[in-house]
Write a protein that binds this ligand. Structure first.
Ligand SMILES: *Cc1c(COP(=O)(O)O)cnc(C)c1O
Length: 375
């Protein structure tokens, strides 16, 4: 085996995220260290209210990670073992893990060809008398049409838990995602649009009862210290992560704007070539957690970029219903678009720490590849 070529332009750069805000972050970490409060103290409380305000909801509850956020949001709504939950197969496996951790049964819908998010019309074919919730995933940072989802859920009496792990700050029809459903889950995994320096997550909701239930569930079911009123668990966001997230939250809108700016440059280069740029619905404000192109020459494009030191990734190479843990076991609709996407997609570097020179290098590579592929 030959030596791996160095990646000059990686798909994610969490260290650069830190360096860009080093002074502010170091001060916040020092403040938190010196406070002597390390679990559920003032930083978590402040982050929760700042994040709720950012999303435009009444309550945010910090939890240990994004998977727990989906799980606790579902449990907070009242989901019980044996219930069924509709979501998609083209997502991070965490979405489906969380449904099963709640003791519920997932049913997986196909995605739309244009924007890679849930096809609401197909979700309808998965409804049974046991269906209790739907988990739309704002994949890559593109919002799911939430007005359609809410109308569908209302018709069938379903709870809506938005999986916002890839879409912090995105909007549908001018309103932030995370503020549409009964509850919504966020992940702060380091490479997400809002990323911690370890694991972290949050559930947001406008429903006080749901927020209160999640407060109990995240800490042993405690109503007051040492007295459990329900069976809970330990899923807390810690103070150091919250201190850092408060700094990064202030820069999130700017970072998302930079992602959109880079995306627009790529789209300009790709329009009219054999590499299809991602579509953006007119009602959507996309936050480009990923910039995902589609081409039948996906593997050739990936190698071409690699030779020039440009990283790329396939999110996701194998749909959930084809993975060993789930194959022949989870119920799903026709998976035509999901399977086509898995074969054709490639995610290009779009993180906000890319320099103009790096973005130009990616543009040049895309243009050179499409010319060589056409000729
Ligand atoms: C990252 C992610 C999660 C899970 O988040 P963790 O913090 O890694 O548990 C859930 N859903 C989606 C769509 C994700 O991208």
């Amino acid at each position: 085996m030959g030596l791996e070529l160095p990646v000059k332009i990686p798909v994610a750069a969490p260290l650069d995220d830190y360096t860009a805000l080093k002074a502010e972050i170091d001060a916040a970490i020092q403040r938190s260290l010196k406070s002597g409060f390390y679990i559920l103290g003032p930083e978590v409380q402040s982050f929760e209210s700042e994040f709720a305000k950012f999303v435009g909801v009444d309550h945010a509850v910090g939890v240990a990670n994004g998977t727990d956020a989906v799980l606790l949001a579902l449990q907070g709504c009242g989901l019980e073992p044996g219930d069924e939950v509709i979501t998609v197969s083209h997502t991070a496996v965490a979405t489906v893990c969380a449904v099963e951790l709640a003791g519920a049964t997932p049913a997986l819908a196909d995605i739309r060809r244009d924007t890679f998010v849930m096809d609401v019309t197909q979700a309808a074919s998965l409804i049974t008398p046991r269906t209790k919730a739907i988990v739309p995933v704002h994949l890559y940072g593109h919002p799911v049409p939430m007005d359609e989802i809410m109308a569908f859920a209302e018709r069938h009496g379903l709870w809506v838990v938005e999986d916002c792990a890839q879409a912090h700050g995105a909007r549908w029809k001018g309103r932030r995602i995370g503020s549409w459903g009964h509850a919504a889950a966020f992940s702060f995994y380091p490479t997400k649009n809002l990323g911690a320096i370890g694991d972290g997550g949050a559930v947001v909701t406008n429903d006080l009862k749901i927020a209160e239930r999640i407060h109990l569930l995240r800490q042993y079911g405690w109503q007051t210290r040492y007295i459990s009123t329900v069976c809970g668990r330990n899923s807390r966001l810690d103070e150091l992560q919250a201190a850092l997230l408060r700094v990064k939250l202030k820069h999130l809108d700017d970072d998302n704007a930079r992602r959109r700016e880079i995306a627009a440059l790529y789209t300009e280069v790709l329009t009219g070539t054999a590499i299809a740029p991602p579509s953006v619905a007119p009602q959507a404000e996309h936050v480009f957690h990923q910039y995902t192109v589609r081409t039948p020459q996906r593997d050739a494009l990936s190698s071409f970029l690699k030779e020039r030191g440009i990283g790329s990734a396939i999110l996701y190479p194998v749909p959930i219903h084809k993975q060993p843990a789930y194959e022949n076991r989870v119920r799903c609709g026709t998976m035509t678009e999901t399977e086509r996407a898995a074969a054709e997609i490639l995610c290009l570097p779009v993180h906000p720490r890319l320099t103009d020179a790096q973005v130009e290098e990616v543009c040049r590579a895309l243009s050179d590849f499409s010319k060589s592929a056409a000729g």
